[in-house]
Every structure is written in structure tokens, then in C-alpha cells.
Design a protein around this ligand. Structure first.
Ligand code: ATP
Length: 460
């Protein structure tokens, strides 16, 4: 027996009874109400997994109810029942964040199919992405819609905004749920290994290939493959990826057999991929192939309503892991809201982890968050007293961690000052530093994760 509870709001007694019967026969627990107001009341007291509401009802209609539910219970899937032929109403329902709509008259199996799709999608709160800002909720709604198709999705957004979280969300809400979700970070794997990692290889295909091995495409068969930071793939490999996507088959390196594939591809990028196309670094045909359905996360500072709920979720996740209990106080919440978050959600997570370690008494206040920007921390280094030639440092013991941090900070300072000298131009900066453009991008992404606002510092 399903534990799922459906709340029904329907003022017509016959239809209400029919809905209740169908849902109960479908194995759901049902709470029936005769108005939108009564449904809102019930939501205060009962644990509900899905709301099914008619649009045409007495004082408060289904649209208004949907609006209230979206702000009071953002996670709750809502299915609206609309009158046949009222296209405007159905369009409005979807735009306002309904999970689905049913056109009257509908068959009992259509009702059960829709309810099971969206009730099934409900995961435990802690695995769903946090989305309180209206635009974030709309993004999740679009993601749920595209999840039901097999379309290729391109997720863009600054580093650390939650692109991988969104990709997993799409996978979980698709028919491929339960099949493999395989992720590969195209920036983290050395260029010469990427092809073999993606396509697999047979024994002896290249020096060092002592055994045959399946590639990520094969491992993801039946499921979803995430090509993380797809822009970091070299142009030759891009052509091969395009071929796999078009022909839906893959051949291992050094192999002769082709294997047919049933893989949904999701790609992510933190660069402007269109710009990369313009600069000749990314194939236009692959761009169009990947971006059949583009989704974009805003940076965290552009969705302020998400900040504190995200912080609470991340904090409780880490508390669980560390078997600790800690809460944010008002000063911490305010500080979180005011900080610009150049490293987005990943930076928020780092900040909370650190705060959890240094907090005392289970309360995290603003000072435990130590939200200093890198600008201030460079200032602090510059003003440190220099040791006199003949005097000993005050502490002769420098820990490895301190040394590592100092070196990293030094490296970041060098990268930033070179960027400044080169007028912010990445290509010239990489040349001046003697590293590849790809390595520089990787380092800049890690710096952003640390909360360094590269653009403002590079132009300072
Ligand atoms: N909406 C969200 N709800 C809950 N956790 C989130 C959300 N967005 C991001 N996170 C958490 O923040 C961290 C960074 O997210 P994620 O790895 O998805 O970002 P990303 O954009 O893929 O980063 P990168 O560009 O560096 O690959 C993860 O620990 C993730 O769990």
C-alpha cells in the first residue's frame, strides 16, 4: 500500500467522490476538501504529498490556490483540473508552476498516470535541490518537464551554482531513474585520456592498455551521461562525440564492434558556449546538438531567497555527517544574505563546513562564518610585519597546512596580478604564466570556488 497522500480540492460533490474513489483504488490515501480555503487549512496540519485541485471553485479558485501553495509549500506538486477547451487556463497553470493539468472530462487512468508520475517524483526533501526563489522554482519545473523526454539538455551557470545537482534531478525524474547516472568531468581528465575514458578501449589499443575497458558511454547505457564542463573538450574529440550522438552507437578504441546506445546526454558549462563557438573553440554543430533544451542557473547572489534555505539544508547535511547539532543565529543569516558569493553554493558549503568546526555551543553566528572576501585577505597579508633579517620568526613551527595555504594564496596572487597586467585577457595570461588556457580556466574555477571574485579583482 502506498504511503502517498493526495489532497483533493473540488467543490462539485460528484466529481469529488469520483476523484476520491479513483485515487483510493489506485492505492493512495486521500484527504478530500470542498474548497481552496479548506485545502490550505489542511496543508497546515496534514502531511500531504500532492495536491489535486479544480480551477473553477467558489471564492478562491485553483490558480490562486496554486499561487499560495507555491510560496507556502514550494515542494508540493500541484495538478490542476481545467475545463475542456480552456487553453489559456492550462497555459497559465503550467506557467505558474503546476506540475501538470488534466482536461475535463478525463479517464481514471489519466488521473492515476499523472498522480503517480508526480507523486513518484517526490524524493525525500533532503535530496531535492533547494529552490525558494521564484526563478529557481521555475527552473526545476522546466527540468521536470524535460526529464520526461529524451532531449539532450545543456545546463549553464557559474561554477558551483548547482549544475550537477540539476542534472541528477533530471535523471531522477525521468524514466531512466534506477538506471545508471554516470558523470565525467571533461576538465579534470587529461586531454589524452578523455577519449579512451569516454569511448572505452580494447586490450592493446594504446601503450599501457593492458586490459579492455568499457567507456563512460557504455557504462551509462540505459541511463544518463553527464558531460561536465563540456567546453573543455578539444575540438577533435567534439567531432567524435557529435558522431556518437547522431548515430547512437559507440566503438571502443582499438575495437571493431559497434555497440548501439540508449543514453540521455546532459552537458554542463560554466563558460558562454556560444562565445566559445564564435571564437572557434567549440563546434557549432555540437553546440546545437547539445543545447536542444538549455537550462541556466542564476548565480547565487541573483537568487537571494535561496541563500538561507540552502545554508540550512547544507548545514543539516554536514551536521548529520559530523554527528553535530548547530543552528544559524540571526546575525549569521544576515551576513549570509549580504555576502556576494562569487563561488556560489559550493562556497556556501565550504563556509558552513568551516563554521561547523569552529562553532561552540551549537550556535553559528556571523563571526563563526568568517565571511571575508579575498580582497580583504590579500590586504591582511600585505600588512603583515616583515621579519627583520636577524630576528627569528615568532613561531618556528609552520604547519604543512599553513604552508599549503600560503603557497596557494601566493599562486592566486600571481594569477590575479598577471590577469591584471594582461587586461583580463585569459589567453595572454595563460601564455605569460606558461600554462595552457585549459589549466588556467581550471585554476580560475577553483579560485571561484574559494570565493574569489576574479572579474572584480582582475580589473582592480
Ligand atoms: N539547489 C541546491 N540544493 C541543494 N544543494 C545544492 C544546490 N545547488 C548546489 N548544491 C550543493 O552545492 C555544491 C555544488 O553543486 P554542483 O556540484 O552541482 O555545482 P556545479 O555548478 O556543477 O559546479 P562546477 O561548475 O564547479 O562543476 C554541491 O555540494 C551541491 O550538493
Amino acid at each position: 500500500m502506498s504511503e502517498t497522500t493526495v489532497l483533493v480540492a473540488e467543490d462539485n460533490p460528484e466529481l469529488r467522490e469520483a476523484l476520491v474513489d479513483t485515487l483510493e483504488l489506485g492505492g493512495y490515501q486521500v484527504i478530500a476538501t470542498e474548497s481552496a480555503e479548506a485545502a490550505l487549512d489542511k496543508l497546515q496540519s496534514a502531511q500531504v504529498d500532492l495536491l489535486l485541485s479544480d480551477i473553477n471553485m467558489g471564492k478562491m479558485d485553483g490558480h490562486e490556490l496554486l499561487g499560495q501553495v507555491r510560496s507556502l509549500h514550494p515542494w508540493l506538486p500541484v495538478i490542476l483540473i481545467t475545463a475542456f477547451g480552456n487553453v489559456g487556463s492550462s497555459v497559465r497553470a503550467m506557467r505558474d508552476g503546476a506540475a501538470d493539468y488534466l482536461l475535463k472530462p478525463f479517464k481514471p487512468e489519466d488521473l492515476l498516470a499523472s498522480v503517480s508520475r508526480y507523486a513518484r517524483c517526490r524524493a525525500s526533501d533532503s535530496s531535492e535541490p533547494v529552490a525558494v526563489e521564484r526563478e529557481s522554482q521555475q527552473l526545476l519545473m522546466l527540468a521536470r518537464k524535460v526529464a520526461m523526454s529524451d532531449a539532450t539538455v545543456l545546463i549553464s551557470g557559474e561554477s558551483g551554482t548547482g549544475k550537477e545537482v540539476l542534472a541528477q534531478y533530471i535523471h531522477r525524474h525521468s524514466n531512466r531513474q534506477g538506471k545508471p547516472f554516470v558523470a565525467i568531468n571533461c576538465a579534470a581528465i587529461p586531454e589524452n585520456m578523455l577519449e579512451a575514458t569516454l569511448f572505452g578501449h580494447e586490450k592493446g589499443a594504446f601503450t599501457g592498455a593492458y586490459n579492455s575497458s568499457p567507456g563512460k558511454f557504455e557504462q551509462a547505457n540505459g541511463g544518463t551521461l553527464l558531460l561536465d564542463e563540456v567546453s573543455e573538450m578539444d575540438i577533435g574529440l567534439q567531432a567524435k562525440i557529435l558522431r556518437v550522438l547522431q548515430e547512437r552507437e559507440v566503438e571502443r578504441l582499438g575495437g571493431r564492434k559497434t555497440m548501439s546506445l540508449d543514453v540521455r546526454v546532459i552537458a554542463t558549462t560554466n563558460r558562454d558556449l556560444k562565445e566559445a563557438v564564435r571564437q572557434g573553440q567549440f563546434r557549432e554543430d555540437l553546440y546545437y546538438r547539445l543545447s536542444v533544451f538549455p537550462l541556466a542557473w542564476k548565480s547565487l547572489r541573483e537568487r537571494p531567497a535561496d541563500i538561507v534555505p540552502l545554508a540550512e539544508r547544507l548545514l543539516s547535511r554536514h551536521c548529520e555527517r559530523m554527528e553535530e547539532t548547530a543552528n544559524l543565529d540571526d546575525s549569521a543569516r544576515n551576513a549570509l544574505r549580504q555576502y556576494p558569493w562569487p563561488g556560489n553554493v559550493r562556497e556556501l558549503e565550504n563556509v558552513l563546513q568551516r563554521a561547523l568546526i569552529i562553532q561552540e555551543g551549537g550556535v553559528i553566528n556571523a563571526s563563526a562564518l568568517s565571511l571575508t572576501t579575498f580582497e580583504n585577505s590579500i590586504g591582511a597579508t600585505a600588512s603583515l610585519p616583515e621579519y627583520e633579517q636577524d630576528s627569528e620568526p615568532s613561531s618556528s613551527v609552520i604547519s604543512d597546512a599553513d604552508l599549503g595555504n600560503d603557497l596557494k594564496k601566493r599562486e592566486y596572487e600571481i594569477i590575479l596580478s598577471t590577469l591584471r597586467k594582461q587586461g583580463g585577457k585569459r589567453k595572454e595570461t595563460a601564455e605569460a604564466l606558461g600554462v595552457s588556457a585549459r589549466t588556467l580556466r581550471y585554476k580560475l574555477a577553483r579560485m571561484r570556488d574559494m570565493g574569489i571574485n576574479i572579474d572584480s579583482l582582475a580589473s582592480a
